[in-house]
Design a protein around this ligand. Structure first.
Ligand code: PLP
Length: 357
């Protein structure tokens, strides 16, 4: 793939939305990155084009059998005006891992990263500078071959679209969420596609999410599909527990998504010398730790929220109120460290940030 990306400038630029009232995923920038795949040409014609609707054949395979994959990351504005990406090479690598599982031809990771950087450079005025805001980046691939037989598509479109997003938390205070431990529906089974970022995982999760909301909960905690005994993850977050001074998170077992925020949290804890283990976590052990007063903190990790403290878990009517529904010290410490690195407010000892231009 050619590294020099063609740029077709939009004729008219959109007005920027009010940076103090940004909602997630509602506003889109002036341009998008596009790359096509055909059997004879492979991935070809990288370009940055005006953001506009796509024209697709109604028989496009993605509409019928769901061959669609995506990624999610952000560009951050530092106090001195620089634009930073957080570990973008990890997202591109994970995108290729997802492609492999979903029978989509692999991308040239260097070239995708280059295209992404060029797009952000062109759209840099869209990176908001209010506290906690960012430019959300959504790379995705859909199967475009018009065909109704079930097999991998012979044509694809890869796009990157951008959306300025507001602060997840309205104040410096992180607000804890209430989580419903789902024991009827399951998200993913080993051997399936739960460990990769494919769209159908989300379609499959909607009903349980709806049920949890009707019961007054914010999100679902998924259990393993086979025994419904072991903790997997939350909606779009991985999960961590602090029990008696030790941190533990479910090990990557083939049905859990390998979060980049999860990995960064593990590396930070390690760097600080805080004991952390990746292993199977059972609900009964968690409940027993809770009863003994040893379940000190629970938090989710993901790009959208960074750290989301959990204030309550409801497992079959057994309610566990964590840390009196207050954000724990460790949750704050991790949140502050990761966001300070992301926004270039603190030295980045890990080389996680990538500066645009
Ligand atoms: C994307 C995602 C996460 C979080 O991954 P990050 O790389 O930390 O944003 C966790 N679980 C699921 C199911 C996801 O799709």
């Amino acid at each position: 793939m050619n590294k020099v990306v063609e740029f077709m400038k939009a004729e008219k630029l959109k007005p920027k939305p009010d940076p103090t009232a940004l909602q997630f995923g509602k506003h889109f920038t002036d341009h998008m990155f596009v790359l096509d795949y055909s059997q004879d040409r492979g991935w070809h014609s990288p370009r940055i084009a005006p953001y506009e609707p796509l024209t697709l054949d109604p028989a496009s395979l993605v509409f019928h059998y769901g061959q669609a994959v995506f990624e999610g990351l952000k560009a951050y504005r530092s106090p001195d005006g620089r634009v930073l990406l957080f570990r973008p090479e990890q997202n591109v690598k994970r995108l290729n891992d997802t492609c492999k599982r979903m029978c989509i031809p692999p991308l040239d990771e260097e070239a995708v990263l280059e295209g992404l950087k060029q797009l952000i450079e062109i759209e840099q005025d869209w990176v908001p500078d209010q506290e906690g805001t960012a430019l959300y980046i959504r790379p995705f691939i859909v199967a475009t071959e018009p065909y109704l037989g079930v097999r991998p598509s012979n044509a694809y479109k890869f796009l990157i679209i951008l959306s300025p997003v507001g602060a997840y938390y309205s104040s410096e205070q992180l607000s804890p969420v209430k989580i419903y431990v789902e024991d009827e529906y399951v998200r993913a089974a080993k051997g399936g596609v739960g460990h990769v970022k494919t769209s159908g995982n989300y379609a499959a999760s909607l009903l349980a999410q709806k049920k949890a909301q009707e019961l007054g909960y914010d999100q679902v905690l998924w259990l393993d599909a086979k025994e419904k005994k072991y903790v997997e993850e939350v909606g779009s977050m991985n999960i961590f527990f602090k029990i008696n001074g030790e941190v533990i998170t479910p090990e990557l077992n083939g049905s859990i998504l390998k979060g980049i925020t999860r990995q960064s949290t593990l590396e930070l804890l390690d760097h600080w010398g805080i004991p952390v283990r990746e292993e199977r976590v059972s609900m009964i052990d968690l409940y027993q730790a809770y009863q003994k007063g040893e379940l000190e903190e629970v938090f989710g990790t993901g790009t959208a929220v960074v750290i989301s403290p959990v204030g309550e878990l409801n497992w079959n009517g057994r309610k566990m109120v964590i840390n009196q529904f207050k954000t724990g010290e460790l949750s704050y410490k991790i949140y502050d460290s990761i966001t300070n690195i992301q926004y270039g407010k603190q030295h980045d000892p890990f080389g996680w940030t990538v500066e645009i231009n």
